[in-house]
Design a protein around this ligand. Structure first.
Ligand SMILES: [Zn+2]
Length: 216
């Protein structure tokens, strides 16, 4: 599974320490995940400190010191450079990622937990988008899958749905390159004999089209 929500190679996922994982998560994932390269801390009800591992428009993966029961709904607060966001989230899975030694020489478990955003509103998408853009602009978050961002689109004419990399589509209005992509932005994409344009379903970070393309 390339780029899926599987266990990273560094994790020992098939030991007896593993706790039940909701496998559906991987199949349901439909947004690109951004790997966070800086220590972004947050709080969740009942847990003092969580560290953000990655984030997508569908949810986050966090690292922390205790097991979360799947199904639990809890607000998650994250902070990055003074920007604080509160997201209602639901625990989908929680696994032991590794064991660490504390200062008393005792072994403690470090857990990784997948949280799904719970009923996100349009405003929530916008907040996540801005948060993500700030991290990307500073090089603190990078998209997975070799840097290829896949976005979800629906054709306005034939209603066909697509998940496409930015290299496969062309913006109808070039101003898209100067701001984050918004839901409703239109793109050209050749598909079958349909000449309809694709409407982006969710916003996301800026597209990487170059100045040369604008001049041609
Ligand atoms: Zn179409």
């Amino acid at each position: 599974m390339v780029g899926g929500w599987g266990c990273p190679e560094t994790l020992v996922c098939s030991t007896s320490r593993e706790v039940p994982v909701e496998k559906k998560w991987a199949a349901r994932r439909k947004y690109p995940r951004y790997v966070v390269r800086t220590r972004t801390e947050g709080r969740i009800t009942g847990v003092d400190e969580v560290v953000l591992v990655d984030i997508s428009f569908g949810g986050v993966k966090i690292e922390h010191a205790q097991f979360f029961r799947p199904g639990t709904v809890s607000p998650l607060d994250l902070e990055f450079h003074g920007t604080r966001i509160r997201l209602s989230s639901r625990v989908v899975w929680s696994v032991v990622a590794r064991q660490e030694m504390n200062m008393d020489g005792e072994g403690t478990m470090v857990y990784h937990t997948g949280l799904e955003f719970h009923n996100p509103s349009e405003e929530t998408w916008q907040v996540i988008n801005e948060y993500l853009q700030a991290m990307i602009d500073e090089g603190k978050a990078t998209p997975p899958d070799d840097g290829v961002i896949h976005r979800a689109y629906t054709c306005q004419k034939c209603s066909e749905s697509y998940q496409l990399a930015d290299s496969e589509v062309r913006p109808v209005f070039m101003d898209v390159r100067k701001r984050p992509v918004q839901a409703g932005d239109l793109f050209y994409y050749e598909h079958d004999t349909c000449d309809g344009s694709l409407e982006c379903i969710f916003g996301g970070p800026r597209v990487p089209w170059t100045v040369e393309e604008e001049e041609s």
